[in-house]
Structure formats: structure tokens, C-alpha cells
Design a protein around this ligand. Structure first.
Ligand SMILES: O=C(O)c1ccccc1NCC(=O)[C@H](O)[C@H](O)COP(=O)(O)O
Length: 234
């Protein structure tokens, strides 16, 4: 269960900055083309997850269209708590991971530009994942980049979808920064949030100060969101 996830950490100093903030989860990116990629075979990656565990942080591994056996192997080798799927993985694929004892978060790519205004873009994007029992990460559709784009989704549309589907647990992602996370939480009703580029001083480089500011702003806004407190947490 997490409330504030800082995704794409690469260094021990990043983990320490997260541990010193109110954030309670980290994401490690195993998608090779990403600027946030960490090599699962490097001993330093296991050191990162061990450090995170020692600080009580949940460790989430980000994957895009990685073969199932490879995800299972990496999750065990670097001791992940949960894997986050960002590619074209099917429901059957996610269920097979769960059958192998791996917890799964499904990233849902919500279009940033919506042409058909008659349909809620979140409803359309969630599709069959809505009632499959997986925790969802509602993120901006970043095209071939798959995630970490810094683009925001329609928070009101998220709110409307969630109001109609209160049993679905989800996290808000996409373009969240310290200066907009409070508004995003208030508008969407999110109980948990995720950011990657919003706490970076340059692309792929985390800033301890930005992590601290983001996590403090998110924590304060989540505390305001009392009617939903404790709901929809992974
Ligand atoms: O961050 C990446 O580079 C990335 C690449 C491919 C798949 C997923 C990726 N990130 C996953 C995350 O959970 C990010 O935090 C999420 O996409 C939000 O990113 P941002 O808009 O930069 O806050």
C-alpha cells in the first residue's frame, strides 16, 4: 500500500531523498530505452532495492512488453514488491504473473488529446482492466515513450470515472509536480500519486529538493482529501 511514489530513481542518494520525505514508494525502471533505466544485472540495482527496503519504501519495478519469464526473474533477483506494466501486456499475462506470486499494477494510458468528447477518455482507456482486480495507475498516453512524459490527464474525467467505479483502486500519475499536485488531488479525488519527471532538475536526474517539495505538497493535499482517505490504496 503506498500513497506517494517517486518513479525512475537511479541512485542511492535518490532513495535516501525519498526516505527522508513523506513518500513511501519508489519505482525502478527496467525499460531499456528510458532515461530512467537501471540494469537489473548490475549489483548496484539490488543495493538500491535493499536500501529502499531498509527505509520502509515499497519497491515497484516498471516494465514495458518484457517477456513474462524475464519479469519473474528480475522481480525475484532484485527483490521487487510489485511490478508495474506499461506496455501491451494482456489480462492473461498479468494474471499469469499473479499466479507466479508477483503483485501487479496496470498502467492505463489515458489520451491527453481527446477527439470524441461524448465519451469519458478514462472509461475508454481503462476498458476490461476496470473489473479485473488489478490496481491501476492512470497515466498520460506517452506514445512510444510509454511513460514519464510529464503530460497531465483530465483530472475531472478521472473524478467522474472513479465516482462511478468506487470499488476500483487507482493511483494518479502524469505530469504531477509540487506546484500542481494539490490541485490534481482535489480535482481527481486521488488517494495516491506518482511522479517521475516532476521531481527532476534535468531529464532523468532526480532532485532531492524537488522530491521533498513534491512529497510534502502531496501529503498535505492527500490529508485534505479526507472523505476518500484509505480508499483506493494499493
Ligand atoms: O519514466 C519513464 O521513463 C517510463 C518509461 C516507460 C514506461 C514507464 C515510465 N515511467 C513510469 C511511471 O510510473 C512514471 O512515473 C509515470 O509515467 C509518470 O511520469 P511523469 O509524467 O514524468 O510524472
Amino acid at each position: 500500500m503506498f500513497k506517494i511514489k517517486i518513479c525512475g530513481v537511479k541512485l542511492k542518494s535518490d532513495i535516501d531523498a525519498v526516505g527522508e520525505s513523506p513518500a513511501d514508494a519508489i519505482g525502478l525502471n527496467f525499460f531499456r530505452p528510458s532515461v530512467r533505466y537501471v540494469d537489473p544485472l548490475e549489483p548496484s540495482t539490488l543495493e538500491l532495492t535493499r536500501r529502499a527496503a531498509s527505509l520502509g519504501l515499497m519497491r515497484v519495478g516498471v516494465f514495458v512488453n518484457e517477456p513474462l519469464e524475464s519479469i519473474v526473474e528480475i522481480a525475484r533477483a532484485v527483490d521487487l514488491d510489485v511490478v508495474q506494466l506499461h506496455g501491451d501486456e494482456t489480462l492473461t499475462f498479468a494474471q499469469s504473473l499473479q499466479d507466479a506470486g508477483i503483485r501487479v499494477i496496470r498502467a492505463i494510458k489515458v489520451p491527453v488529446i481527446v477527439e470524441d468528447r461524448t465519451q469519458n477518455p478514462v472509461v475508454v482507456a481503462v476498458g476490461e482492466w476496470g473489473h479485473a482486480g488489478f490496481h491501476l495507475l492512470l497515466d498520460a498516453d506517452a506514445g512510444p515513450q510509454h511513460g514519464g512524459s510529464g503530460k497531465s490527464i483530465d483530472w475531472q474525467a478521472v473524478h467522474a470515472w472513479s465516482a462511478q467505479n468506487p470499488e476500483i483502486s487507482w493511483t494518479l500519475a502524469g505530469g504531477l509536480r509540487s506546484d500542481n499536485v494539490a490541485q490534481a488531488i482535489a480535482a481527481s479525488g486521488a488517494c495516491s500519486v506518482d511522479t517521475a519527471s516532476g521531481v527532476e532538475s534535468s531529464r532523468g536526474v532526480k532532485s532531492a529538493e524537488m522530491i521533498r517539495q513534491f512529497a510534502a505538497a502531496a501529503e498535505a493535499a492527500l490529508a485534505q482529501n479526507r472523505p476518500n482517505a484509505g480508499k483506493n490504496l494499493f
